[in-house]
Design a protein around this ligand. Structure first.
Ligand SMILES: [Zn+2]
Ligand SMILES: [Zn+2]
Length: 253
């Protein structure tokens, strides 16, 4: 399978091991046309990128971009923070980013005290009889987030969080948001991936590499694609360059 880009990679700006250039070199080796640098969002408790680092990240990219025959996107893996679909992104951040990822992470600062009790804590509790209620609220939270912000990709769906992926995928399809098949983990069941595929949403295959050698490592996803016989046309970075919603909204694509 020939993929043309990896749109979820980490560097030392959060808790990856490599510099931006190391990830880029590996992506070039893989024959990719595009790579995105997407460190953890501002409100991640430990591994967050700091807002002032953006300037240095952009400088790093500007310095190396002509050395390599590849597009380098500066992005962010933002955190879902509340039942109302808040994420840790301010309007002024959007213009600084080439691509916006969104996912759920356990250790974040919630957006408010209310979100601490209504979103953060309930999602930390073990499964219990109110799980269906929680699942519904989380699904709503994602739906609100993708309508509120120009998110391009929902990363590692269902990792550490209950949600109705199919309902979210239907709205993603309508808005042009992609559902990620993550290289470290696919937390959906086979049935869920198949039902998600039925919605017609675009899947994007990303490594979520935390070290340069893992950039472009799609071993896990290739097995799933073969086993479930997913339609190659539906995988947006397989043999093609994806069109990203936030770039379209900015008139760039
Ligand atoms: Zn993540
Ligand atoms: Zn990540």
């Amino acid at each position: 399978m020939k993929f043309l880009g990896d749109y979820h990679t980490h560097t030392i700006y959060s808790h990856g091991l490599g510099m931006i250039e190391h990830n880029v070199i590996q992506a070039v080796k893989k024959g990719f046309k595009q790579i995105a640098i997407t460190d953890h969002g501002f409100r991640h408790v430990v591994f967050n990128v700091r807002r002032f680092d953006f300037k240095y990240m952009r400088q790093d990219i500007e310095r190396i971009k002509d050395k390599y025959d590849i597009d380098i996107f500066l992005g962010l893996e933002t955190n879902l923070q509340s039942n109302e679909g808040h994420i840790d992104l301010k309007p002024q951040d959007i213009d600084k980013l080439d691509i916006i990822l969104c996912g759920y992470h356990k250790f974040i600062y919630p957006s408010s005290l209310k979100a601490f009790f209504s979103f953060y804590m309930p999602n930390k509790l073990p499964r219990h009889k109110k799980s269906d209620l929680r699942k519904g609220r989380n699904t709503e939270a994602y739906l609100k987030a993708i309508n509120r912000y120009p998110i391009d990709i929902i990363v590692h769906p269902k990792y550490g969080i209950e949600m109705n992926v199919v309902e979210i995928a239907k709205e993603c399809k309508r808005l042009g948001v992609y559902i990620e098949l993550n290289g470290k983990r696919i937390s959906m069941t086979e049935e869920e991936v198949l039902a998600t595929a039925e919605t017609g949403v675009g899947f994007i295959v990303n490594s979520d590499a935390h070290s340069p050698d893992k950039v472009g490592d799609f071993t896990v996803q290739e097995e799933w694609i073969k086993k479930l016989n997913l339609n190659p046309d539906q995988i947006v970075n397989l043999d093609k360059i994806p069109k990203f919603r936030s770039r379209k909204l900015k008139g760039l694509d």
